[in-house]
Design a protein around this ligand. Structure first.
Ligand code: ADQ
Length: 470
């Protein structure tokens, strides 16, 4: 019985995201693929396998073809993008228009009609790919800011589909969103969905307000009426595979490596850790400035503390990212020049991708975790640190502008624009009594355990399966 129901079209699921969940094996023969690490893949692969599903996305390199293939029991449908399309759609409209605008306009958003035209074209290519393979009544789950027009496009050509959309980044306040010359088109694209999900309640409210202001959508609370239908607009805070992080963190090998790292850095030094994609939204530069301020005042010394910053290379092709990398590297050099000693640097800086196991070794070794984005949809690093502290010690310093702050209330909250406040929080974190650390960490661990990545995916898909609101 269970098998029969699992294969009906109502149960089948199509995930649509900018990237496919695989990448080509380096040095492997043509056609060899490996699963990409990442939360979305972890959460959705088992569901897709069970429900018999598809993943539609770009392969990660320019060109290529649209031939479908199977990988680990999942059917994948690549959407080919040319070099020029990537420049306009991905680097341009997605990462130089939408990304800065949606992150509080931390950088000036660029508005170019050519980029917009390509964005529309590529969104319709994704929508066509979905239409070509969706069985009647399938559920389609579209992800993130690259594909905001896809729900509306699917709605008009395939009204039989159940369409969900989840935005991984913030949805900005109307004062900022209203600058977008194509605000109505984007909103109407999203309104094509049955369920529109955001990381926090505030982001969902921003969307509800913008939709009521710039489109014909009406409604109160979390339900909107638009185009003769109703849809739900709700927060679904994304999470991580909590058990997996906890399991690796508790392995004797992890503990031994964390102890080794501590020995190399200096047994009696507090380790202050930062782990981020090298992005101007993450506040790496302000965190370094706060650390410098603490050293300058003499509240901490390099004998007593050191910072470890791990930064993953990101979007190197976009000017603002290259500039941020230069700034971070200059600041690290400056701090080490001023405060380092032979054999004892103030800031260890690693510009590279680490494996999950290696990352957890750093999480276990760190006394203080600094997560200080200027704006962030959620920030999974904050949750990963909490999940990797089974001994309930360690202090999380968390920006109030990260989505995670609305759940991890026992973190030491900071305003990343306030260098003095950050410096104060850092000193407090480094001297927090173990009793208080445990008290806070225990409460945060309870929260992340109660709602993990699987609960996130299930709750979204659960709401998507419900009948439309009246
Ligand atoms: P990101 O902006 O990429 O995601 P984040 O949530 O912090 O931000 O996730 C980063 C991931 O990369 C984490 O899982 C982390 O472990 C990993 N990572 C970071 N540095 C690494 C390193 N040096 N080596 C290896 N891995 C590293 C977007 C939004 C976020 C939202 C997520 C999920 O911007 O706000 O939380 O999507 O919805």
């Amino acid at each position: 019985m269970a098998l029969a129901t699992a294969t009906t079209s109502r149960d089948s699921l199509i995930v649509v995201a900018n990237r496919l969940p695989v990448h080509r094996v380096r040095g492997g023969s043509v056609g060899e693929w490996e699963t990409s690490p990442g939360g979305l893949v972890t959460a959705l692969y088992p569901l897709l396998r069970e429900r018999g599903g598809w993943w539609v996305g770009w392969s990660g390199s320019a060109g290529g073809d649209a031939r479908v293939f199977e990988h680990e029991g999942i059917s994948l449908r690549p959407v080919p993008l040319s070099r020029g399309e990537l420049e306009h759609f991905y680097e341009g409209f997605s990462n130089e228009t939408l990304w800065p605008l949606y992150h509080d306009a931390l950088r000036t958003a660029q508005f170019h009609r050519d980029w917009w035209r390509t964005y529309v074209e590529i969104n319709s290519r994704f929508a066509e790919a979905v239409c070509s393979l969706a069985a009647p009544g399938s559920a389609v789950w579209v992800h993130d800011y690259h594909l905001q027009l896809v729900p509306g496009m699917l709605r008009s050509s395939r009204p039989d589909l159940r369409i969900g959309f989840f935005l991984h980044i913030p949805f900005p306040p109307i004062e900022l969103f209203g600058r977008l010359p194509w605000r109505r088109e984007i909103l109407e694209g999203l309104l094509g969905a049955d369920v529109v999900g955001f990381q926090t309640r505030l982001m969902a409210q921003n969307f509800l307000r913008a939709a009521r202001a710039y489109t014909r959508a009406r409604g109160a609370g979390s339900v909107l009426h638009f185009g003769g239908r109703s849809l739900r607009v709700l927060p679904f805070p994304i999470s991580i595979d909590v058990d997996e992080f906890g399991r690796i963190a508790a392995e004797p090998g992890t503990l031994a490596r964390a102890a080794g790292l501590r020995r190399r850095i200096g047994e009696n030094r507090k380790i202050i850790l930062g782990v981020d994609r090298l992005d101007y939204t993450k506040g790496i530069d302000v965190r370094l400035r706060a650390f410098e301020e603490v050293l300058r005042r003499g509240d901490l010394t390099t004998r007593g503390a050191c910072m470890v910053q791990v930064a993953v290379p990101s979007r190197g092709g976009v000017d603002e990212y290259a500039a941020m990398r230069r700034l971070v590297e200059q600041t690290v050099g400056h701090i080490n020049g001023e405060y380092g000693e032979p054999g004892r640097v103030a800031v260890h800086y690693l510009h590279r991708n680490l494996s999950r196991d290696d990352l957890i070794v750093y999480y276990r070794a760190a006394d203080v975790m600094m997560v200080t984005p200027l704006r962030d949809g959620m920030n999974l690093v904050a949750k990963e640190y909490v999940a990797s502290r089974p001994d309930e010690t360690g202090v999380l310093v968390l920006s109030e502008f990260a989505g995670a702050a609305s759940e991890l209330r026992q973190a030491v909250g900071v305003n990343p624009f306030d260098v003095d406040g950050m410096a104060g929080a850092l000193v407090r974190a480094c001297s927090m009594p173990e009793r208080e650390q445990r008290h806070r960490m225990r409460a945060m661990r309870r929260r992340v355990r109660a709602y993990d990545l699987y609960a996130w995916a299930e709750s979204f898909l659960g709401v998507l399966a419900e009948d439309p609101p009246g």
